[in-house]
Each structure stands twice: as C-alpha cells, then as structure tokens.
Design a protein around this ligand. Structure first.
Ligand code: ADP
Length: 647
C-alpha cells in the first residue's frame, strides 16, 4: 500500500538506497521547511553570517570598487574642468574654472597646454581604471569560484552524506541535486550581486549626492524628487517576484528529477514502449517551468522600462532647470556637464537596485533551500558516550519492536532472539515489513518502541561506525561504481590489501570469474556494471560485504533479480559466505530459506509463524501454503520446459 506522502518507487525495492534511479509516480516531495526558521529576515541574517566568513576577500573586492568609484569621479571632474577652461578662454565673462585643492597650472601655460595636461591625466586614469577592473575581476572570481561556491557545495554535500535515510525518503533526488548545484550558485549571487553591489551602490549614491549638493542644492533637490517613487516601485517589484522565484526553483527540481529518471529508467521505458509518455511527461514539466519563467520575465520586462521612464524624467528636469541656471551664470557649463554625468550615474545606480532586488529574491529563495539541508536534523547519530563493543559475536535480539515510517506502524511488537552464527530466514508477502525489519539492525532507522540489541548492547548505545562495521549488507540489486573490480570490493575499506580482497572474492564465489577476465581484478566496470551478468554483480556485492569478515550479514533478497541458474550460483556462494556468521536472509523463494535455522514468517508487520523449514511445514500454516504453491509452480514450469504443454 502506498502511504500518503510516500513516494512509490518501481524497480527499486530497497528503501536503503535512494540514488537518482528508480521511478516515482507522485509529485516529488520537498523538504518540509521549518517555516519560522526561514522567514526573510532570519534568512538575511544567516546570509550575512555566511558572507562574514569571507570578510577579508569581500573587503578586498570592495576596496577595488571604491578605487574605481574614485577614479570615475575624478575623470568626470577633470572633463568638467576642461570645459570650463575652454569656455573661460572663449568668454572671459563666464565663471573661472575651479581647480581642485588649489592645484592651478603655472600661469605661463597656454590654454592648449592646460587642455593637453588635463587630457593626459584623464587618459592616465582610464589606463589605471582598466588595470583595476582586471584585478577586480580576478579577485571576484577567486572569491566566488575558488572559495565560496566549492566550500558551500562541500558543506551541503557533506551534510547530505550524514543525513539519515528518512531524509532521502521524504525528498526527491531531483530537488537534492538541484540544491547542491543551482541553489548554491544562487546563494553565491547574494555575496557578489547583493552584498557587494549593494554596498558599492550605497557608497556611490552618497558620494554622488554630496557632489551634486555641492554643485547646486536646488538643482539636486529637483532632480532627486523622483527618487522616492523609484524606491517604491523597486520594493513592490521585489515583494511580488519573491514567491515566483521560489516556485521556479521547485519546478526546476521537478524537471531535473524527470530528466534523471528518464536517464536511469531508459531500459524500462523502452521495454514498455513508453517513450512518448515520458516525452510528454517531460514536456509538461518543461512547459510549467517555462510558464513560470515567462511570468517572471513579464514582471521584469514591465518593471525595467517603467523604472527607466521615471529616471528619464529627471533628465528632462535637469535640462530645463540646469539650462536656466547656466544662462543666468548661477552655474558654470562645466559644472552642469559634471552634474549631468553624476545624475546619470546616480540614476544608473538607483536603477541597478532593480537588478539587486531581483538577485536578492533569487538568492533568498535558494538560500532557504540550502539552509533547509544544512539545518535538517540528523536523526540517527552516535550517542555522546557510546558503549564499546569490540568484535561482535552476532547475538541479535528484537524486544517488542514497533516501527513506522511516519504514518501507521509497519512493524508491530516483534520479539525474537538470534544466537551467534544462526541463519535466520525472513519470509512473507511483499510489503509485510521484511526489509524494514533488517533496516533496524544497522540503525538505518531507529525503532519507535522496544529495542534492537547486538550482543546485549542496544544498537542506539553503540558508535554508529563501529556498529555498521560489524554488518555486511547485500541488497536485491547492488550498486557498483564505475571503477575497478578490486576498488568496488574494497569500497568500504579502501586500505584493504589485495589478499583481503581476493579472500573475500573467493568466499563469495567471485574469484574464478574475476581471474577469467582479461584485466582480472583491475577490470574497470562500466556505469551500473553492465559489463557483468546479474549473478556476477551479486557475487561482487557479496564479496564487498564480506571484506571485513563481518560477524553479521544481512541479505535482502539477493537472488530476486536472478534466473534459476544464477540464483543457484549465488545461493551456493551465500551458503559458503554465511558459515559462522549470524545471517538474516530475506527471501520470497523458499529455495533460499530451506537451510535456515530459524524462519520468521511476517504478515502485515507481525510475526505470524516461526520455526525451521521442517517445523513450519508440519504446522501447515501460511508458510506451508506458500511452499506448496511454489512447488506446484516449479513443477508446472518443469513440465512446460519439457514440452508437456504442447497442446
Ligand atoms: P517487504 O520487504 O516485506 O516487501 P517493506 O519492509 O519494504 O516490505 O515495507 C513494509 C511497509 O513499509 C510497506 O507498507 C511499505 O510501503 C512501507 N515502506 C517501506 N519503505 C518505506 C519508506 N522508505 N517510507 C515509507 N514507507 C515505507
């Protein structure tokens, strides 16, 4: 049964691995945000906190911006001066040029000489500006791409590695991938696109304002009278677009998920001829995102020209009032030109608030998502003072254990004991809780009631790594990595010697086929190990689980995906591998359970029968019925195989 809010995955039985593979037929879940923790002001506070870690680099970048601003202003001032020098030479009645800091040229200099001197200075400043812009870009690049982004990405990934399985149950893989990639980039944009740009904008606006007021107070006030309107427009725009950006990030998650599923599920898609359906599903998600982007684009397109229109009104005001002031000799022409330049820069900066507001909304939407990962609680953790276990003997005890994934309980009052070295078979219909039962032993999830203990220690009292080192796990279908066979076997313990790797492979019945390969243990597996057969893959997985010779082995239907012959091979390997270890083996085919010391029969999360194969057959209960059905089935198959069904 599919529980509310739970994603039903097809082709991925075990809940223990939640890679990007598997199919989902429900809208992907998103992280449940702790809303109160992520309101705008709290988010901003945290973003400032994040930026503060890079304060030195930010200060350097800001320093370059200040120098660039100073150079820009000086260039503008010098241009105004050159105009006043020329005008004064042509019309001695016009106001005399005002040399900054009293640095007037020597009296003997001709007008052309002075103009050449000023021109040379402007050129020199332009060259210096080019060098500074270059250095500035390098500093920004270093800060963003060599520090902030990789460091934040690593923090998010590191947290993802430590999060418990429940997190992966609740969150779609597309959303998770997107947070590590796109959202981290948007958070970066807060530092350069909002914080640094914002700081330089405030500084420039203040400096321009002082310059303009010094040039002419009345003219400045007239031109600045429209600024409150600009500010109002920007704030309204920013408030309106914020939820739109949030939505857009979620739709992108959805799209990434559809894409990764499309890639991973290509085999199933082709087998069922569902290409068209998949295409339409993708197109639908794509168009939803497109609609959302269009709506954002529309808002931005309406806002930008409206803002620019308002700023143009300023220019009209300047020309009318400023022209009148020059004509009445209340302002020099040079000052008016400088003023016009300043006003242009000023409104440019005010307009850039739109860009900054836009980036702010984007980065807030993404920051919320990044912090949700960083803040997500790690449910399963080592205790502060763990009990020491040493090498376990392998005695496992379930004491009145109940467990649920969030909704109704899926395991009820399980109570059983397993002696060291015993083999336990777990049998029951799909969904009866077999996999879940096993997941409680290595603490993939914690019990809701009761306790699970290993050698008398509650598993919650043990150090997590130490506990898991005692347990080898083989899933129904094991994920192998694109690496050599030896590295795959040694995945959990890369420092393992080649002898240890070979020993594990021998016990798992994999050594023979490995040495038969051209490169032997150094054969590089393709992605998904498609260059091996299913049985070979499972034997490698078994070898990987056996590498540290764990006293406890959990096998979750390791032969489920195999044909009869391969199943036989794998079962033989398992037989050898489980000798002397406590083993839990989930199996729906009784052939794999027959030799177990204890078989637990589960039904809807309860143990309904227990005993050895022989005992259960005598009981004539659920196990007996299943065994009889399976025997009849295989007899029929043999009959068909022998050509008995010819009619
Ligand atoms: P079995 O291994 O016997 O097929 P499972 O242990 O996989 O059964 O599942 C037992 C019940 O728990 C089922 O109802 C299943 O839908 C539910 N379940 C399994 N995994 C999860 C999960 N990760 N999140 C929520 N429910 C789950």
């Amino acid at each position: 049964m599919c529980q509310a809010g739970r994603r039903f995955r097809f082709g991925e039985k075990s809940p223990w691995f939640r890679g990007p593979g598997g199919f989902e037929f429900e809208m992907p879940g998103t992280l449940r945000p702790a809303e109160h923790q992520h309101d705008g002001s709290r988010l901003l506070e945290r973003l400032f906190g994040l930026s503060f870690q890079y304060r030195r680099e930010c200060a350097a970048v800001f320093g370059f911006q200040v120098l660039l601003l100073a150079l820009g202003l000086s260039g503008l001032g010098l241009s105004g001066l050159a105009i006043d020098v020329t005008r004064h030479a042509l019309d001695p009645g016009a106001p005399a040029p005002r040399w900054p800091f009293g640095l007037a040229p020597p009296p003997g200099w001709s007008v052309l000489g002075v103009l050449a001197g000023v021109g040379g200075l402007v050129l020199g400043m332009a060259a210096l500006r080019a060098v500074l812009v270059y250095r500035y870009s390098i500093e920004v690049g270093k800060l963003m791409h060599l520090r902030l982004v990789p460091e934040l990405r690593t923090r998010v990934f590191d947290k993802l590695q430590r999060l418990s399985f429940r997190f992966y149950d609740e969150n779609a893989s597309g959303s998770i991938i997107n947070r590590v990639t796109g959202d981290v980039q948007n958070v970066r944009a807060f530092v350069d696109g909002v914080l640094l740009q914002g700081a330089i904008m405030c500084l420039s606006l203040s400096v321009y304002l002082v310059y303009m007021l010094r040039a002419h107070v009345g003219l400045s006030l007239a031109c600045l009278s429209l600024m409150p309107l600009i500010w109002l427009m920007t704030t309204r725009f920013s408030r309106r677009t914020r939820p739109e950006y949030q939505k857009s990030r979620e739709l992108t998650d959805d799209l990434v998920l559809a894409m990764s599923e499309g890639m991973h599920g290509i085999q199933v898609t082709k087998v069922f001829g569902r290409e068209q359906f998949e295409l339409e599903r993708f197109a639908h998600k794509n168009s939803r995102l497109l609609e959302q982007q269009r709506s954002i684009f529309k808002s931005v397109s309406r806002f930008t020209p409206a803002l620019s229109l308002v700023t143009q009104l300023d220019t009209a005001l300047l020309l009318a009032y400023g022209g009148y002031l020059v004509a009445s000799h209340a302002l020099s022409l040079g000052d008016l030109i400088v003023f016009a330049g300043l006003l242009q820069q000023f409104s440019g900066q005010v307009q850039s608030t739109a860009g900054i507001a836009n980036t702010l909304q984007q980065s807030l939407a993404s920051a919320r998502r990044v912090f949700e990962v960083l803040d997500a609680p790690i449910e399963v953790q080592s205790p502060e003072r763990p009990e020491t276990l040493g090498r376990a003997r392998g005695a496992v005890r379930f004491e009145h254990v109940s467990f649920g994934y969030g909704g109704d309980d899926v395991l009820h009052d399980l109570d059983f004991e397993v002696a060291p070295g015993q083999r336990v078979g777990i049998f029951g219909p799909t969904g009866s809780g077999k996999t879940t039962l096993m997941a409680l032993i290595p603490r993939f999830y914690d019990v809701k009631a009761g306790s699970v203990s290993l050698d008398g220690h509650d598993v919650r009292a043990l150090e997590l790594d130490e506990l898991r080192r005692q347990i080898g796990v083989v899933f129904q279908e094991s994920l192998l990595f694109k690496s050599t066979i030896a590295a795959n076997i040694a995945f959990g313990h890369p420092e393992a010697t080649r002898e240890a790797v070979e020993r594990a492979a021998r016990v798992a019945g994999a050594h023979e086929f490995i040495v038969g390969l051209e490169q032997g243990y150094d054969t590089v597996l393709e992605e998904g190990a498609v260059n091996l057969s299913g049985g070979q893959r499972q034997r490698l997985a078994l070898a990987r689980a056996l590498l540290l010779e764990p006293p406890l082995l959990l096998l979750d239907e390791p032969t489920a995906a195999q044909d009869a012959e391969t199943e036989h091979e794998v079962l033989r390997a398992i037989e050898r591998a489980t000798r002397g270890r406590t083993t839990f083996l989930v199996g729906s085919r009784l052939s794999s359970l027959r030799s177990a010391d204890l078989i637990l029969v589960l039904d809807r999360g309860r143990i309904v029968e227990r005993g050895s194969h022989a005992e259960l057959m005598l009981k004539k209960g659920a196990y007996f019925e299943a065994a009889t059905l399976q025997a009849a089935d295989s007899a029929r198959l043999e009959y068909v195989g022998a050509g008995g069904a010819a009619t």
